[in-house]
Ligand binder design. Structure first.
Ligand SMILES: Cc1ncc(COP(=O)(O)O)c(C=O)c1O
Length: 323
């Protein structure tokens, strides 16, 4: 059992006691907004941007979580502070917010207190995510287009970050079946949308392109990359990009909170550029490292090295503790 604590409906409880009811609307409808933030050097990165997006998603879902955004921010810092001592000082963290409407009212007799939204904030050491991910930084990832499409915003607005994600899961299953590939979903107009947990960028003739914010989640990482590119004098264009544009790209890469950015080695079975990180990607990765004052690839490699022992220790039930 871990020593981690989770903020759950007004109090901090051991992780194993943070349980969502089977009557919760999140389970019935995928009716839950969420966020995933990460730390660099144990400082949350752009937490306020993540919380702004969380509160925008809640507004779309018409959920009042009963906390102001300032209160949520404070609870987030407190939850992280409580969990930091359970790991070594060089551990970075995933911070997850999950907010649902709560149990459906038809089941109210099962709840002695009034029905209320389910609000949780939990922290998880990034060693598992980024340790497992580390080899991708050198090999790159292989992208493919699955038959599963992205949802257009006139059906369900994907700018909200919700747990209603079966189409992403279907795309992942199709890509996994194709031999461990990463799926880029097309929207119903045939334009590149995004991956199941990341945004896509391509480079052509020195210009950085990314899908316009129509049928996609506008990632915090995506926004940061656009800023870094503009600061470096790289031209950035948000555009409708298709299969053709991706095939013609000199560089293709994916962006998301946990891994930040990773290059694509192939797209639809064809090599992208030289199959290695391209010059624009490499420049952006360096700028990212400077921004967060951390070498993210070196950190992932270090986590990969430590991961087997970390997992063994945690499976034995011996917390790693402060070192
Ligand atoms: C569908 C989707 N697109 C893009 C992203 C990237 O967003 P961010 O950079 O804020 O992590 C995510 C993150 O989980 C996502 O789920």
């Amino acid at each position: 059992m871990s020593d981690r604590l989770v903020y759950f409906n007004g109090q901090h409880v051991p992780e194993s006691e943070a349980r969502v009811s089977i009557f919760d609307s999140s389970l019935m409808f995928g009716d839950m907004a969420f966020e995933m933030t990460r730390t660099f050097n144990q400082q949350p990165f752009r937490l306020r941007s993540h919380l702004d997006r969380l509160y925008a998603s809640l507004r779309l879902l018409e959920i009042d979580c009963g906390m102001t955004i300032d209160e949520m921010e404070q609870v987030t810092h407190e939850t992280l502070r409580l969990n930091l001592p359970t790991e070594s000082a060089d551990m970075d963290w995933q911070i997850m917010h999950n907010v649902s409407r709560g149990p459906l009212s038809i089941y109210k007799t099962a709840f002695p207190e009034d029905l209320r939204p389910t609000v949780s904030v939990n922290c998880w050491p990034l060693i598992t995510h980024n340790g497992g991910f580390a080899p991708n930084y050198s090999s790159g990832v292989d992208l493919m287009i699955p038959s599963q499409q992205a949802l257009p915003s006139h059906l369900v607005d994907m700018k909200a970050k919700t747990r209603s994600r079966l189409h992403y899961q279907m795309a992942q299953l199709q890509a996994a079946r194709a031999g461990g590939k990463w799926p880029v979903l097309l929207d119903p107009d045939g334009f590149l949308a995004e991956g199941p947990g990341w945004n896509i960028f391509l480079v052509r003739k020195g210009v950085l392109y990314t899908p316009e914010p129509r049928n996609i989640l506008c990632g915090v990482t995506r926004g940061t990359i656009i800023e870094l590119a503009q600061d470096a004098g790289i031209e950035v264009r948000e555009a409708n990009l298709g299969h053709y544009e991706a095939l013609m790209a000199e560089e293709l890469f994916c962006a998301s909170t946990s891994f930040c950015l990773v290059h694509a080695a192939t797209f639809e079975g064809q090599r992208v550029g030289e199959g290695a990180p391209g010059p624009v990607f490499s420049q952006l990765l360096e700028s990212w490292n400077r921004l967060v004052n951390l070498d993210i690839v070196a950190q992932a490699n270090e986590y990969a090295h430590r991961l087997p022992a970390w997992e063994a220790q945690h499976l034995e039930g011996t917390p790693v503790g402060t070192k």
